[in-house]
Write a protein of this length. Sequence first.
Length: 706
Amino acid sequence: MFRKTFFQNSYIMSQEATTDLKRTHGHAALLRKGSSNKMALKEKIVQIYEAFFQGEDPSSGNPNFWDEFFLLKPNIPYIESEFDKVSGEGLMMLKENLNALFYRAVESLKEDNTIRVVNAIYTMAALVRGVCRKNFGDFGFDVINILIGFDAAETVMQELVENLNQILNGEYPTALKQQVLRFIMVLATAADNISLNTLLEYLMINSVFESLIQILGDVNLRQMLGGDAVQVLTLLVQYRKYESANPYIVKLSILDDELALTGYAQVVLGALSDFNREYHCRSTEAQAGWFSAFASMVGNMFVPDEKHISAVRANDLVLLALYEAIHLNRNFITALTHTHTPSTPTTPPSSPTVPVSNPLNDPAPELHKIDKALLEQSSHPTNLLVTFLEYSSIVMQDTKDETKHSNAKLCLVILTCIAEDQYANSLMHDVNINFRVTLHRMPMRHRKMKVEKDTPSRPLVCALLDLMVEFTMSHMMKSFPLELYNRCLGIIQRVLCYQKKCRVRLQYPWKELWTALINLLKYLLSNESNLLKKHNNIFHLSSKVVNIFNLFITYGDTFLPNPNSYDELYYEIIRMHQVFDNLYSMALRYTTSDGESKESAARLTNHLVNVKAIINHFSPKVDSWAAANQLSSLTEEQVLDVVRANYDSLTLKLQDSLDQYERYSEKPRENAFFTNLVRAVVMDVRKSVSNLSQYHQHVLQSVSEM
């Protein structure tokens, strides 16, 4: 103990001496050798590194070498620069030295001296990053061999994970726990394609899942480390998820720890709330005056808002975490819809954290402020779903950029999973559980950008339907997002199927939905040739629209709020009969051709049978009534009287499978989308933990103050 203390004091004195020397001679401080020759001052740690990379063994003949080595501050940039200089063959020659260095670092994690532990973690991170930056033909196995050695890999990695778990679960400074999580991120992001990162195979065998769950279940730890814990868990879930049984997927799917699931939801809630507030502040500034708003609009026409795009991309990881929880774990729906009311936040732990960029806390300064997001909302109750719906209304406004399109697609995929869940639907439709949801609308020429400040308190499904109506109305443009429209209509269909099945009579302005759908059909008809060139087949989308009307026609009496709503449906169909007539004519044209659209066009004509029957039945009766009363035009109420008087003579065809849909499945249809998304997330996370040396001193200072 005396020897260790003496070495620490010697190291501190040497650092102070170096600092004094630099102050005296500036950044070009040199040790003079003779009167003319100059030799750059080298840290002791750099001299040791040089010996390592020259194939020498600096520990030879010094039994205390490793005890002293990890008390020296690691020079991470130097380590990584040395790796850049060495060829693949050269690395193989250095294999024994690198294996020894990595093994000794793993052993040092057991030390009581936190400085040694911190330095060992940073050294291992630098080694992993340095080795993995080399371009190996057979990625993974060469990395393991050079870094750890095939023969010892299983034993060393088992010991490494055990030591990491010990730190995460034990009485250690929070800053040290954070660096353990960030080191796991370094391991997880070693390869662009996470499924080719064989280092993670050892984290599958030796799990850190329980440690992550413990962090999420602990209020104090979650405030400091929750974002990192969710990030690590989300990354590990992605490893070979389509190829083999991933234990993190299995464990997350059966997790029923309410505290941990609520903590998980709190982390995502905080990140999305930060983004929403940031957007609201920018929107408020934009609306400060008509000139500034006009200037902003004109500027954005030519220059993309890179800051906003970057913030959206940073949320890919947040949404991926939310998606995995909803998609895998049925118990998470409770946390998703759990009501929060503003209250005094729990006093955070005194341990300082390291200010490292993290996709789960950008653009807000720190993750420990996550629970304060609830205070800064309004005085009204909220939950994660409320926040997510508002977030979705923001990112769905503009889908032209690839990043925003991908983010909006993921939002719609998440909403699809929610709309399929029976329990989620029961909560969203519960008239006793009401929330005020702020939905942002896309600025358009025929309307001003407006945010409802005093939105009514309603069941959550009303906000979901409002969001789908808004998307339908605001994306009829040249770059038509066909896939997003298909998902949007699928969500509407799922909600209606639930209402039909459970006979839920929702008080909702259904006419707004019908109007949006009819306008969509008008757009498809007006842009038929251009859309068919780009998308080949618009008849499937048209059929989805028509079948939503068929759901109302066939089963509306089971879920529409009153008979008047059913009458208004018929009125809208009759009033806009020309749109449906033209749609039928277009579909009929393609059924006589031999193109790719022939079959889907034929299906569309079959789906229009009942709509055509309504038009053909009521239109002549309306015309004859007008003629009998010598009226050139009728009021809505007069048409409705004709409709009500002639229901009995109307004959409709019972269509099959209107209340059925293909349930969402990630594999195989969405494999490519999630593979590309995860690759982008991995690269972003790698960048966020890239500057290891920048925060090393912060960590040392944090643990030394404990």
